[in-house]
Design a protein around this ligand. Structure first.
Ligand SMILES: [Zn+2]
Length: 309
């Protein structure tokens, strides 16, 4: 064997050994990487059932599924996040992946993950003038608040009764408005459970239950039973009170007297009621100012600040 042949054998032998080592190294590193990916994905992602009619497989162009870790981190960043609602936020976020984290927190805080008039509980009477009465928090048929008689100068209603603190502030507000040539007067304040019962049932007979539920409360769910609410000047959508100078004045000044617009425009899904530009609720100056400045509903305020965390 010549020395050049020997050299060739050594050379090819060396190349062969090098390729074998290279192959082993690449295979091993690929194996390690693949294993790690497998571990992390199975740990953080929930199992997606295959061939389930309710969970069709995702299309390639859809957003990747959000991990529970990612959802949790985003939820906890929200201004009105409440730890006690964590599991409900999570369920709601996974049920409606298109909703923003802010909306998930807001809606669950307002119990919108439940149907109106289901999961109801008694309104907390100890909260005084901060009581919440709506389609989830209700009053008994025998609940009557502390009431005073209203002067006919301030109320044109057939029953002129209101909670004393709310009435004092309503009088101050009506007098202040008058100085600006704005005429305000109550057309409906306190209504008993029985009055609301008659009213609601008449609406149901006229428009049907689902329509009536959008603008009238079922007995026990009306804020008017607290004596803390007032309908000003009108109680009809047809009057378009929202276009009046009286409404503009209230929009700028009601909070200074402790009143809030209770059923704002575009918040029906949270409050359960259509826009009522005439319905004002007394909550005190501090709370009314906060709600006005932060543009939130009373449901949102109550969940975050009144119900103990
Ligand atoms: Zn009202």
């Amino acid at each position: 064997m010549t020395s050049s042949k020997k050299k060739k054998i050594y050379f090819y032998g060396f190349i062969l050994v090098f390729l074998i080592i290279l192959f082993i190294v690449i295979s091993f590193s690929y194996f390690i990487t693949y294993q790690n990916v497998n571990i992390t994905t199975t740990k953080s992602k929930p199992q997606i059932p295959i061939n389930d009619e309710n969970n069709p497989p995702k299309e390639d162009n859809q957003e990747p599924e959000r991990s529970e870790y990612e959802i949790t981190a985003n939820l906890r960043n929200q201004e009105y996040y409440l730890e006690r609602n964590y599991q409900r936020y999570l369920d709601y976020a996974q049920k409606y992946p298109q909703k923003s984290y802010k909306d998930v927190v807001t809606e669950v805080n307002c119990n919108i993950d439940k149907e109106f008039y289901t999961n109801t509980e008694a309104s907390n009477l100890e909260t005084g003038t901060l009581i919440l009465v709506n389609k989830f928090y209700t009053l008994n048929n025998n609940y009557v608040p502390e009431l005073v008689e209203m002067d006919s100068q301030y109320s044109h209603a057939s029953t002129k009764k209101m909670h004393p603190e709310a009435y004092d502030n309503l009088v101050k507000m009506i007098n202040a408005a008058l100085l600006d040539n704005i005429i305000l007067y109550d057309v409906s304040s306190y209504r008993s459970y029985q009055t609301q019962d008659t009213l609601y049932n008449n609406y149901v007979k006229r428009d049907g239950a689902s329509a009536a539920d959008r603008y009238s409360a079922r007995p026990g769910s009306s804020e008017h039973q607290t004596g803390l609410a007032t309908d000003l000047n009108t109680a009809s959508s047809k009057a378009h009170f929202e276009n009046s100078k009286e409404f503009a004045w209230l929009n700028n000044n009601a909070h200074k007297f402790g009143f809030i617009l209770r059923y704002p425009k575009d918040k029906e899904y949270l409050t359960g009621y259509k826009f009522e530009p005439w319905h004002y609720r007394y909550v005190g100056v501090e709370v009314a100012t906060y709600i006005k400045e932060h543009d939130i509903t009373y449901e949102e305020y109550y969940a975050y600040f009144i119900v103990s965390k």
